[in-house]
Design a binder for this molecule. Sequence first.
Ligand code: SF4
Ligand code: SF4
Length: 452
Amino acid sequence: MSKLSRFNHFQPWRDGYYIAYNAMSGAVALMTNENYEVYKKIPEILASNNQPDLSDEEKELFKQLEYGRFLCDDDLDEVEALQFRQNMDRYGQASMGLILAPTLACNMACEYCYEANKKGRLSSQLVEKIVEFVEERAPHLAGLDVSWYGGEPLLAMDIIDDLTATFLDLAEEYKFKYGSSMISNGYLMTPEVTDRLVKNQVKTIQLTLDGPGRIHNKKRPLKNGKPSFETILKNIQYAADKIGVGIRVNVDKSFTNDIIKELLQELIDAGVHDKVGVYFGQLEASTQVCSNISESCYETADFSKIEIDYYRLLLEYGFRIDRLPQPMSTFCMAQVISSFLIDPDGDLYKCFNHVGDKDKIVGNIGAEINYQNPNFKHLFNFSPFQDETCSSCNFLPICMGGCPSRRADRGLTGEQLCDSWRHNLEPMLEIIALSRQQEMQRQKEAAVAAKE
Ligand code: SF4
Ligand code: SF4
């Protein structure tokens, strides 16, 4: 006997279709209006047990719904299954995630930066300790995922080269998978540096462009006050052919559709629009250091509305849409036992917002990890399954209770905690489907052009 999944979502689509999405499996499907009418009657059909009377077409629909897990076993407790999946990933030690900040120094002086002119660089002794930390765990690892972070990580490229060489040797010796990514401001990502990143197996890099040049240069100038936009854009032109480049645009209330259009046009003029992913970040005053910007920040519900407008613009300007609702087991590394952020002093943290704040460290690279450390438990211990609203929410698999720091550090409650999917999943599904259609059309055209 089957039942409908509690995580099904539907959005009407043009020309007599619905987009169906299951948040537990991540399955997306197009469904005719007629099939959607049958779908609505499924509880009745199942209750009356008259499946044998279904037409062949309806039987096929049932099969497809089961395949996408829109229909699941009657005795499956989906929330329990989700909790099991979370526990496996939360407490599993086979995959390790390290966010390494080889330096907290930065060449830029962004107006909202919470890292407040921090300095410091990993010493060779601490580099050795990080190697020992990984070596100790290597025999039991199936995967090591390293994300380079800062400050500006490209100011410490030599450390990245050295550590990567050792990680790759260990990966080969102990047969674990190695993956790497980077968050950088992109200013120092010259073609030569990009080639080094490729050699270091950095697969994706996230850069930030806060609007078109004239605005970005005010929000994200270099430390000496000089502009950074043109150099970053030039760097992207080379890097986008070698590495996955994601451009984050931090949005606050000063942004308008015209500003976004101007930025998109600049990316088109630079010839990178079909090579990069652009997405929008909600600027938040997450620490005391950046509380000066809180007035200009959106609440998530408002942000999720303008986010839709901006994704529509991406579509209109022919960009691909990379933002997808992905089922996850935890919202972030704060809730994964084997993930840590390591700063240049070798101190360990569980959250990007805490880096460099010595009151928030959860341990040190040279010492045994104490999982009872109050700072460790502060973000780790929250479980969406203990929260009545979250455990009955049909967005749970793609939100998992939202950012633990918003809850524990900032004391936010209710809808303020919900990820923007909660507010805009349905319209975003439509945008994503249109983007796929656009991409398919582009591929078709390219195939025809190649034949001619
Ligand atoms: S707790 Fe929130 S701010 Fe901290 S790393 Fe996780 S998602 Fe980011
Ligand atoms: S934080 Fe909001 S969207 Fe996320 S699981 Fe909880 S109730 Fe659902």
